[in-house]
Each structure stands twice: as C-alpha cells, then as structure tokens.
Design a protein around this ligand. Structure first.
Ligand code: HEC
Length: 123
C-alpha cells in the first residue's frame, strides 16, 4: 500500500517536472518571437523609431534625409545590394549613415534589413 502510494507520487512528480521542462524550453522562444526579430510589425516599429527620421517610414527619405543626399531605400541601387552588405552598412555605418552595431542586436539589424526588402517590394 505504502509502496504504491510512493510510486504514484513519484509518477506525479515526474509528470510535473516534465511539464515544467517543456514550459522552460518553450518560454524563451516565445519571448524571442515577441521581441520581434521575425515579426514584421515589430521591425516596422523599430524602423520607425531608429531609421525613419532620415529614411522616412516608406524608405523614400525624410526632409533630413534628403538634405543628407539619402538614397531611396526602395530603389534598385539599394535593393540590388546583397543582405550581407546591407547588414554591414547598418552595423558599421557609411557616409552620413550612423553605425548601429552598438545600439541594436544582430537579430534586430537582420530584421531591419528584411524590412528594407519589404519596402522595396511595396514600391
Ligand atoms: C542620421 C540619418 C540616418 C539614420 C538615422 C539612418 N540612416 Fe541609413 N543612411 C543615411 C545616409 C545619409 C545614407 C547614405 C550613405 C551613403 O551612401 O553615403 C544611408 C544609407 C542607408 C542604406 C543604403 C546604403 C547604400 O549604400 O545604398 C541603408 C540600407 C540604410 N541606410 C539603412 C538604414 C537603417 C536600417 C537605419 C535604421 C537602423 C538607418 N539607415 C538609419 C542616413 C541615416
């Protein structure tokens, strides 16, 4: 009797532990997704807060951007550049374009490059 009870509680405890393990394993992934690396709404928000002051929300270039001779991000000249080069430019800057490697994560920069691509498709 006593033995059976112990075994039952061992079974119950391991079921709880298994459930906890699943929760712990899946939680960080859902947080990451909410953080927006692959979420286009989140990268659009990031673009608006970090880039639009110069590039405009649509990538065409704001008044400030135009005074800096900014290229239209939707143009073939920008869209023909490979992802690796766009990541490089956003990370390290170029001319009047500031570097973002110290203020954005690699995932955020990648998401912004994907957003620049989506602007190109919208034109
Ligand atoms: C202070 C204004 C400013 C901000 C903020 C800014 N940029 Fe730029 N960006 C520029 C300028 C100026 C250029 C043109 C650089 C050049 O070719 O000399 C440029 C160029 C670019 C290019 C194209 C480079 C090329 O060679 O064609 C990309 C892509 C780009 N920016 C992405 C971004 C992203 C993404 C952000 C936000 C994280 C951002 N920029 C924020 C000013 C800015």
């Amino acid at each position: 009797m006593r033995l059976k009870k112990t075994r039952n509680s061992v079974v119950r405890t391991s079921a709880i532990l298994a459930a906890l393990a699943v929760a712990v394993l899946t939680l960080p992934r859902s947080i990451l997704r909410a953080d927006g690396a692959h979420d286009s709404a989140a990268s659009a928000t990031l673009f608006r807060s970090k880039c639009a002051m110069c590039h405009g929300a649509d990538g065409a270039g704001s008044e400030v951007g135009k005074s800096l001779n900014i290229p239209d991000l939707r143009s073939p000249a920008v869209q023909k550049l490979p992802n690796t080069e766009l990541v490089e430019i956003v990370s390290n800057g170029k001319g009047g374009m500031p570097a973002f490697k110290n203020s954005l994560s690699a995932e955020q920069i990648h998401a912004l490059v994907m957003h620049v691509r989506s602007l190109g498709r919208k034109k």
